[in-house]
Design a protein around this ligand. Sequence first.
Ligand SMILES: [Ca+2]
Length: 131
Amino acid sequence: MEMVSNRTNQHNWIPVKNYVFINQTMSWSSAQQYCRKNYKDLAMIENQEENTEAQNAKPSNNVVWIGLYREPWTWSDGSRSSFRNWYPSGSDNDGGNQHCGSENSIHVWGDEDCSIKRVFVCHQGEHVKKY
Ligand SMILES: [Ca+2]
């Protein structure tokens, strides 16, 4: 594996975050705190390669918090990177209190009340992946 510091897109290598599924239910903000203490942050998913790896880290029957919140939709570290994987009605803000992002059992995203307790996915570090 190449060192991350040597990554270069001209060889079609991209950095991809490492994702870790946490099988404890917490509110979105508690999950964020847990990830920041024990890993790096609540899962940020910023391209299709990372989307695939985050999906693979998540047991398919779980709905998990990811590190996306509104408004406008922003990643946990303040990034506004534009990759999205919403369910067709995913960011509907149904009831007006759905300000946190989750990934569901069919691996697409929705917005939900941040106080709901869910299992979640953190990320830490990154590796490079050829595409
Ligand atoms: Ca919703």
